[in-house]
Design a protein around this ligand. Structure first.
Ligand code: SF4
Ligand code: SF4
Length: 456
């Protein structure tokens, strides 16, 4: 409709439209007549009085602020993500990292300490309210238990009266002693991978010994629930499990109390490369049904790129100086590029231990390239109504799908747009059926790198 102002008319059925102005923070249902009359009003400020009055009342005649931000100067992160190990106690069929296939690597305490010292010093210098320590990547962090517990104890001691917020991703196969420690120490919570119905979960998430892991994960969730510990659940959906997604979501919400439930189609990476595609119309239909069931429990499902309520030019921390350390101590911006052997390591690794600030040497050319990957730089995303919510989707995935050339979209774009449309229509309905005004209702999750996602 007026893409220069990021105001979009999205066709619905029967000549009805959904008008979405993300930067103005407004969406409303419109007739063909209104959609035809609005462009003149928006560009010339002229038109029928009633249309001008409506546009003014909706806030469309003002110039909204830009959501674009861009990091500059030396990186000064106040959060570190430690990829403790590539070892894992599960052998998930869709593991993006193929964890357990290659000889495992383990981080040392020296590597962890250097990263922790750096972010605590930065947080102090900048007056940040807390320093962050996160555990993630490439394998199961809790398998390197000694370092997980000792590094966090070190961080808290080193931080003194500065708060340390600690969070982890995990597969949920923990001992009781580990669960006790997590409840007592991970004040930022945990993101657990659990695929829903036990038979669905066990098909794709066996232990290294080939047994189903669902009893262990459900025990962990029960203990987390009893302790009121904040955890999120992430479901990964393979093509053949799509029809069971609604039942899986209902099973989780009937039995457990996660703060958030995230659903993503399995990516064709790692052990899942070449497997049937789950980014399909069937996925969208199953997601819609699963969302309807989740709504009965007061939940809105999360799909990482459909984020109405969040306006940003960054899909994840990759463009915002994400500071993640590989087991060898090198600096990566991406949760999926957890190892120097990753196909796109040259894109995502931008530092190593060395004589620079805080004990690191940064490759500023590599970092500037990452900072320049914001959605405003992607011509393919210009004119997409989901642009400021999706922010270009996962950069690692687009490299895997498109190669290193210009981004040319993916099947996920269609899923994202359909789910953004659903979110807008449901917000309009909840606001009385005519118009929805954005109250900025949510920020992305830190554990997943600001909306980041991966097969885990
Ligand atoms: S074109 Fe695709 S990647 Fe770009 S903003 Fe739209 S949905 Fe996201
Ligand atoms: S969302 Fe994609 S690009 Fe961002 S950290 Fe995760 S895997 Fe990497």
């Amino acid at each position: 409709m007026n893409e220069a102002q990021d105001i979009f008319a999205i066709p619905l059925e029967d000549e009805a439209y959904l008008v979405y102005a993300p930067l103005h923070g407004v969406a409303f249902a419109a007739t063909k007549g209104l959609v035809g009359a609005l462009p003149g009003v928006l560009t010339e400020g002229e038109g029928e009085d009633s249309v001008v009055a409506f546009a003014r009342e909706a806030g469309l005649l003002r110039t909204p602020p830009s959501p674009v931000t861009h990091r500059r100067g030396d990186p000064s992160p106040t959060e570190v993500t430690l990829f403790l190990t590539t070892a894992c106690n599960l052998r998930c069929t869709y593991c993006y990292a193929s964890a357990g296939d290659a000889p495992a690597t383990f981080m040392t305490m020296d590597v962890a300490k250097r990263g922790i010292d750096f972010v605590i010093d930065n947080a102090r210098r900048e007056g940040a309210p807390f320093a962050g320590v996160n555990y993630h990547g490439g394998g199961e962090p809790s398998v390197h238990w000694k370092l997980m517990t000792e590094s966090l104890a070190y961080a808290r001691e080193r931080a003194g009266d500065l708060e340390v917020i600690a969070a982890s991703a995990g597969n949920g196969v923990f001992t009781d002693r580990q669960i006790d420690w997590m409840i007592a120490n991970l004040n930022g919570g945990m993101s657990l991978s659990f695929d829903g119905l036990p038979e669905v979960h066990d098909k794709h998430r066996p232990t290294a010994q080939g047994k189903g892991s669902s009893p262990r994960v459900m025990r962990t969730m029960r203990r987390f629930t009893e302790a009121d510990f904040p955890y999120a659940v992430r479901l990964t959906v393979t093509a053949e499990q799509i029809p069971l997604l609604p039942d899986s979501v209902e099973f989780i919400l009937s039995n457990f109390t996660p703060k958030r439930v995230q659903v993503e189609p399995a990516y064709q990476l790692g052990r899942h490369e070449g497997k049937p595609d789950a980014e399909t119309e069937d996925f969208i239909a199953a997601y819609r049904e699963a969302q309807a069931r989740a709504a009965r429990f007061g939940h809105e499902l999360i799909y990482s790129a459909a984020r109405v309520g969040t306006l940003t030019n960054h899909f994840c921390g990759v463009t915002q100086d994400n500071f993640c350390l590989s087991p060898s101590g090198n600096v990566s911006a991406c949760f999926e590029a957890f190892s120097e052997d990753n196909e796109f390591a040259d894109v995502f690794f931008y530092g190593s231990s060395g004589p620079g600030p805080g004990g690191y040497t940064f490759d500023m050319d590599a970092l500037e390239k990452l900072r320049g990957l914001g959605v405003e730089q992607r011509s393919f995303c210009d004119g997409c109504f989901a642009k400021w919510n999706c922010a270009g989707d996962c950069y690692h995935k687009s490299l895997a799908a498109n190669g290193r050339g210009e981004f040319a979209g993916s099947q996920r774009c269609h899923i994202t747009r359909e789910l953004v449309k659903d979110q807008l229509l449901s917000r309009i309905a909840d606001s009385g059926g005519l118009i929805w005004r954005d109250g900025r209702d949510g920020e992305p999750c830190a554990v997943h790198g600001d909306g980041g996602d991966r097969n885990e």
